[in-house]
Write a protein that binds this ligand. Structure first.
Ligand code: C2E
Ligand code: MG
Ligand code: MG
Length: 578
């Protein structure tokens, strides 16, 4: 090998190495003692913006970092934030001072960690700020309250208000989630107006907000401020071409009067808010100790309901739906009853909503179905084997595909799904959920009938009926009571009747109690079916068995003359404490 050959090989090798350095996926630079760039590979040129991608890249921080690293005389790893226009770029760079051919140089290798950094920031933000409204999260307000408690140690006062939007679930169901979200954003803007720097508004969950007012001088001052906040909310919100009215219920607790920790203050504000909800919503109340007793009593009811479900202390009363011309029983409705701790029968009005709130209602509905299946022979003997069997399903359940799928499966497993009807209120239909489009067809396929319960009391208009596909429409009791004396209700009844007829839905009058009401329906309308105390109260099968032995005669009695024949037995059977 001669000299030429040797240096030729080195040159080839050199340019090979140069190319590799140029094309390295990591950014590589070499700077001299003044921070001037002697070598920049392609990746570094792109990272630093000196490949022409940025108009005037700012290299001063890089030079400064170089001088510092050289002075320190040892390798350092650091994050470098570069700002090119609006976008931020973050590099993770290792600077390494070296001595080469008598010169102080700095070799730097960088990788782009912008995406990781953005993700980290996002995680940070979501831990401390609510994504939708941008308000501080519960963690932040809790921290703020804790530091006030620490620095005050009893000397300064502050107020904690718990705000809950009224009927937000309805708004969400009716207008859809996008509108619900937009409403929360607008609401939080109105709530946050007029706050001082030392106050804090936080969104702690769905439609719940916490407001910390600090410092405060007097209770009156807080009451006045909350009142003006509530007044601001009374003006309608305009969202997505809809005019939406939203009110808020507020409970307030004061430090130190109502608690010495954030948790105690929050809980007591919540208790006060709950009282406002029960008293008609849309206003504010300060916590007091009588509320605490109330909350304890409520907790007891909750506990006993949980226990009742656990111990399956439920039973069903059945009420017939009667053909008002022939007196024949068309079907029956299963109405759930609870035996409380003392064995007293409770009507659903006292526990259905609570069961819904506590997430126990799905299980309850399955229990009702199980009882029907268990009693099917007695049902057939009493009401006839053709009678349809209606089960009530809460609107909240109706919009929940998971529950409805499991319920449909259970109905199918009875082996006689076509005997069943499910009763849902109109809210389930008009809500922008999956009920009408996805869930209904599932039940249709099984031959299960659909009934609109309490029609006329919900949010839908008559015109909404046109879009509803149901088999039966039950006109609410409020229209039927004294119908013969009320021309307005008569008009409404006629309108519902003709619309339902056009749409092929059976109409049934609920809560028929008197002969006069029946006479009116028979004379002035084409309504065929009715349900009500006039024909039969809800009855327990086992008590019926005691009162009248099963026979075809007993069956007719249930339909035609129970108010004379079995009245006592029935009212005892369904007698419950309200
Ligand atoms: P609903 O489905 O509209 O049931 C009719 C209610 O009216 C029953 O009250 C029944 O006893 C009562 N009723 C029937 N005829 C008359 C009458 O002539 N006059 C009067 N004043 N009332 C009459 P109940 O049994 O107390 O049930 C109340 C509500 O509880 C039901 O209203 C229904 O919405 C709900 N409910 C009952 N059972 C269940 C169930 O298993 N699941 C669900 N989700 N809800 C249920
Ligand atoms: Mg019903
Ligand atoms: Mg009803």
């Amino acid at each position: 090998m001669n000299d030429n050959e040797y240096s030729g090989a080195t040159e080839a090798e050199l340019s090979f190495l140069k190319e590799i350095v140029r094309m390295l996926p990591a950014g590589l630079t070499v700077q001299d003692a003044h921070g001037e760039l002697l070598l920049v590979n392609d990746a570094a040129a792109a990272q630093l913006g000196i490949d022409g991608s940025r108009p005037s890249p700012d290299l001063a921080p890089r030079r400064e970092a170089c001088r510092r690293a050289l002075r320190a005389g040892q390798a350092v790893v650091m994050e470098e934030a570069l700002h090119g226009g609006a976008a931020r770029q973050v590099l993770l760079t290792t600077h390494r001072p070296v001595r080469l051919a008598g010169r102080e140089l700095l070799i730097s290798a960088s990788s782009d960690i912008t995406e990781q950094k953005n993700f980290e920031d996002q995680l940070f933000r979501s831990a401390y700020f609510d994504e939708l409204t941008g308000l501080p999260s519960r963690r932040v307000i809790e921290h703020r309250a804790a530091s006030l408690l620490a620095e005050n140690s009893g000397s300064g006062r502050f107020a904690l208000a718990f705000l809950d939007v009224d009927n937000f679930k309805h708004i969400n169901d009716y207008y859809g989630h996008a509108v619900g979200d937009a409403l929360l954003v607008e609401l939080s803007k109105r709530l946050g107006r007029d706050l001082r720097d030392s106050d804090m508004l936080s969104r702690i969950s769905g439609d719940e907000f916490l407001l910390l007012l600090s410092p405060i001088q007097s209770v009156e001052e807080v009451a006045e401020f909350i009142q003006s906040t509530l007044e601001r909310l009374t003006a309608p919100f305009f969202i997505d071409n809809s005019e939406i009215f939203a009110s808020t219920s507020v409970g307030v607790s004061l430090y130190p009067d109502h608690g010495g920790s954030f948790e105690a203050l929050r809980q007591n504000a919540d208790i006060a808010m709950y009282r406002v909800k029960n008293d008609g919503k849309g206003s504010a109340a300060f916590f007091d100790s009588s509320m605490e007793r109330e909350a304890l009593a409520r907790m007891k009811i909750e506990q006993s309901l949980r226990l009742a479900i656990l111990e399956k202390r439920f039973c069903c009363a059945f009420q017939s739906k009667v053909d008002i011309r022939t007196q024949a029983v068309k079907g029956i409705e299963a109405l759930v009853r609870l035996r409380d701790d003392e064995g007293v029968i409770q009507a659903p009005g006292s526990f259905i909503d609570l069961a819904g709130e506590l997430g126990l209602i799905d299980e309850l509905t399955h229990l009702v179905l199980a009882e029907i299946v268990r009693s099917i022979d007695a049902i057939n003997a009493t009401f006839g084997a053709e009678a349809t069997i209606s089960i009530n399903v809460a609107a909240k359940q109706a919009g929940n595909p998971e529950f409805m799928r499991s319920f449909a499966r259970a109905l199918e497993e009875t082996g006689f799904p076509q005997r069943f009807m499910i009763e849902v209120t109109e809210d389930a239909f008009v809500a922008k959920n999956h009920f009408q489009a996805e869930i209904l067809p599932m039940f249709r396929k099984l031959g299960v009938g659909i009934s609109i319960d309490d029609f006329g009391t919900g949010y839908s208009s008559l015109s909404a009926l046109a879009d509803i596909t149901a088999d039966e429409i039950k006109i609410d009791r409020s229209f039927i009571t004294d119908i013969h004396k009320r021309p307005r209700s008569q008009g409404i009844l006629r309108a519902i009747e003709s619309l339902s007829e056009a749409l092929g839905m059976t109409v049934i009058a609920e809560g028929l109690e008197s002969f006069e009401e029946l006479a009116y329906l028979q004379a002035a309308t084409k309504i065929r079916y009715a349900q009500g105390y006039y024909f039969s109260r809800p009855i327990f099968l086992e008590e019926l068995k005691l009162a009248t032995p099963f026979s075809s005669e007993a069956r007719t009695n249930v339909a035609s003359r129970p108010h004379q024949q079995n009245r006592q037995g029935y009212s005892r059977a369904s007698g419950y404490r309200r």
